[in-house]
Design a protein around this ligand. Sequence first.
Ligand SMILES: [Zn+2]
Length: 299
Amino acid sequence: MDHDMLVRVAAFKWLGEQVQIQGEVLTRELLRQGFEFQGTRVPLISPQGIFKPRIMDFPLSITTSPNSPYDDVLSPSGFLGYRYRGIDPSHRDNVGLRQVFEQGRPIIYLKGIVPGRYLAIWPTYIVGDDPQRLTFEVALDDVSPMYIAQPAHMVADDADTRRRYLTTQVRQRMHQTAFRERVIEAYQSQCAFCQLRHRELLDAAHIIPDSEDAGEPVVTNGLALCKLHHAAFDKLLLGLTPDYEIVVREDVLAEEDGPMLQHGLKELHHGRILLPNRHVDWPDRDALAWRYARFRDAA
Ligand SMILES: [Zn+2]
């Protein structure tokens, strides 16, 4: 393994550890700080999209910004597109990424989810270069947080189908993560039902489930809920009217048990939810009506 590859592998290992500790979405600050390799600090991100740390020979990461729909489009051959830096194919960064492609070196794909927060996907491979469209083609693998370094010679034809499939899968997962982050952000990292502020205990609940056609992963079809209230909402112990009033199912109200039932569930009855700051993020009333009808049926 050459020096560049050793640093690369160390970067993957470090990322895996961070995901274990922080969860799968990492802050820009953490990625900017990076890790230490033999006494030298190695950042993983820079303001430019294609990033090569000083102690490496080739780019280590590519970054997309949260509001860059272009980067989410699949190419005709089924991979993600990644735009060149600028319009000069021989710009240093584009040349670097082309070398990564030719040598089959794995890189890190940093998907901006909301400002300052990224989902890291690795190992990611550049599998195509289209100077006409000023675009690289990117295959996303799905082995994080465990990492497997695949040498260049494994980039064989039969691996292509697998890669296309994985890219679709990982893209799907990125959408789910983006939904979660955007919903939790909209509710300022609080449970809409009980105001609990522990981000690591919060989920983005669908109002209309994603198994339904109308169950879109958009903020207005979501609620930030703590684990308890997410489960209670999904199991129809709790309902939410289109006027944002919480209703506890009658049989639950009638139960007698300890403080968790009392404070955690029964006391929410007739309470109002915490709403996002921005009106455009408020839960969709039609979606709530649909969901509340399900709750009435269960009650
Ligand atoms: Zn809660």
